[in-house]
Design a protein around this ligand. Structure first.
Ligand code: BMA
Length: 368
C-alpha cells in the first residue's frame, strides 16, 4: 500500500514537472507575475473555464461609468474573471478608445482587476497605418507596407511606441508591471480587417506578428505580455496554422465564434474548431481559449447552459470572453431582467465556471 502511494506520488510529481516545463511563456524574460499567472491559468484550465466579458466595468445596459457596476455582477453577484479592454484609437493619441471609453479609465480598471486577482486582456482594432481608414477596411497592401522594409514601416512602429507607453502605465503597488493578455491582429482568417487573410500573404502576416512581438519585447522591454493568437473561422488544422507565427511568439491560442440564430450550426462549427484547437494546443503546448463569443441579444433563454456550457465541458478552455454590452441592439451578456438572466445564474453556479469570486490576487504570486 505504502509503496503504491509513494509510486503514485512520484508519478504525480513527475507529471507535475513535465507540465511545469510546458507552461513556460514564449517570452523567456517574462516577469515573475506574468509567468506565475500563465502557469496558474494552465493549471486551472485542466478542470475549469474562466468567464470573461468585454468592457465589463465601463458600461452596460442603461448605465455608463458608474463605479463598481457591472452587468455580470448585477445578475450573478460576481464580476467576471477575465476583463477584455479595447485599445482602438490609442494609435491616434485619442483620449478615448473607438467605443468612447477613456483610456485613463481603462488604466484604472486594469489596476482594480489586478488588485483583486482578475485577468486583463487587450484587443486592438487599430486604424490602417497607411490609409488612415478603420480596422474594417480592405486596402490589400497595408501589411506589406508596414512590415520591416515596407514604405510605411515607421508609421506602424509609432503605433507600437504608443502601445508601449500605455502598457508602461499599468503598474501594481510595488511598481511591478501588471501582466496582461495581448491579442493583436485577431480574426486574421477572416476577410474584414486590413490584416485579414485576403489582405496579405501568410509570410507577410507572420512577419508583421513577429516584428510586433520582437519590437515590444526587445526594444520596448515589455515582459508582462501573454500573447494571444486568435483566429476567426477555419475548417482544418492547416487553415488554423497557415499564419501561425511560431511557438516563440504565442502563448494562448484560440478563436472567435459568434452564434447567429442557428444553434445546430453553431454547435457543429464549435465542435469542429475546438477539435482542431485542442490538437494544436497539445502539440504546441499552448493554452486554448474561446477568445470571443456570444449570441447577440441572447434571445434563447437557455443559451448559456444548453449551448455554450456543453462545449466548454467538452473541450479544454482557459477562458471564454463574451463581447460588450453596449446598447439594446448590441449586447452579449445578460443584465437583470434580460431573457437569459436566470440561465446565466445557473451557468455561473456550475462548478466548471470560474468568475471573479473564485480568483484571488495570489494568482499572480503563488503557483497553484
Ligand atoms: C465590434 C463592435 C463594435 C466595436 C468593436 C471594437 O465587434 O462591438 O461596435 O467598435 O467591436 O470594440
Amino acid at each position: 500500500m505504502v509503496t503504491g502511494s509513494l509510486l503514485f506520488l512520484k508519478l504525480i510529481g513527475f507529471a507535475g514537472i513535465i507540465s511545469a516545463q510546458n507552461t513556460s511563456l514564449s517570452d523567456k524574460a517574462a516577469t515573475k507575475e506574468t509567468q506565475i499567472l500563465y502557469s496558474n491559468m494552465h493549471k486551472l484550465a485542466q478542470t475549469n473555464v474562466i468567464f470573461g466579458h468585454q468592457d465589463d466595468l465601463a458600461y452596460g445596459l442603461g448605465w455608463a461609468y458608474e463605479k463598481g457596476r457591472s452587468d455580470v455582477k448585477s445578475v450573478t453577484g460576481s464580476y467576471p474573471g477575465v476583463y477584455g479592454w479595447e485599445l482602438g484609437h490609442l494609435e491616434l493619441d485619442s483620449a478615448k478608445n473607438l467605443d468612447g471609453v477613456p483610456f485613463k479609465n481603462i488604466i484604472s480598471y486594469v489596476k482594480t482587476v489586478y488588485s483583486r486577482g482578475g485577468i486583463n486582456e487587450f484587443s486592438w482594432h487599430f486604424d490602417d497605418p497607411v490609409t488612415g481608414a478603420t480596422a474594417w477596411s480592405t486596402p490589400k497592401t497595408t501589411v506589406k507596407q508596414i512590415i520591416p522594409g515596407g514604405d510605411h514601416h515607421a508609421a506602424y512602429v509609432k503605433y507600437l511606441d504608443k502601445f508601449a507607453l500605455f502598457v508602461n502605465q499599468l503598474k501594481g503597488p510595488k511598481g511591478e508591471m501588471i501582466p496582461v493578455i495581448f491579442r493583436p491582429l485577431h480574426e486574421h482568417t477572416g476577410g474584414w480587417f486590413w490584416w485579414g487573410n485576403k489582405e496579405c500573404t501568410p509570410e507577410e502576416y507572420i512577419a508583421l506578428w513577429r516584428f510586433t512581438v520582437d519590437y515590444l519585447r526587445e526594444n520596448k522591454k515589455l515582459h508582462n505580455l501573454i500573447i494571444g493568437y486568435s483566429a476567426a473561422g477555419y475548417a482544418t488544422e492547416q487553415d488554423y496554422l497557415e499564419r501561425y507565427p511560431g511557438d516563440n511568439y504565442v502563448d494562448i491560442i484560440g478563436f472567435d465564434a459568434y452564434m447567429d440564430k442557428d444553434a445546430a450550426y453553431f454547435k457543429s462549427d464549435l465542435n469542429n474548431r475546438y477539435q482542431i484547437l485542442e490538437k494544436v494546443a497539445t502539440e504546441h503546448h499552448k493554452l486554448p481559449a474561446l477568445t470571443e463569443t456570444g449570441y447577440i441579444l441572447i434571445p434563447d433563454p437557455n443559451w448559456w447552459t444548453q449551448v455554450l456550457l456543453p462545449a466548454l465541458k467538452q473541450y479544454k478552455t482557459a477562458y471564454v470572453l463574451t463581447w460588450r454590452n453596449w446598447k439594446t441592439e448590441h449586447y452579449f451578456a445578460p443584465y437583470p431582467g434580460q431573457a437569459s438572466a436566470a440561465d446565466f445564474k445557473k451557468f455561473y453556479a456550475d462548478p466548471k465556471m470560474i468568475f471573479q469570486n473564485k480568483l484571488k490576487p495570489t494568482i499572480y504570486t503563488q503557483n497553484l
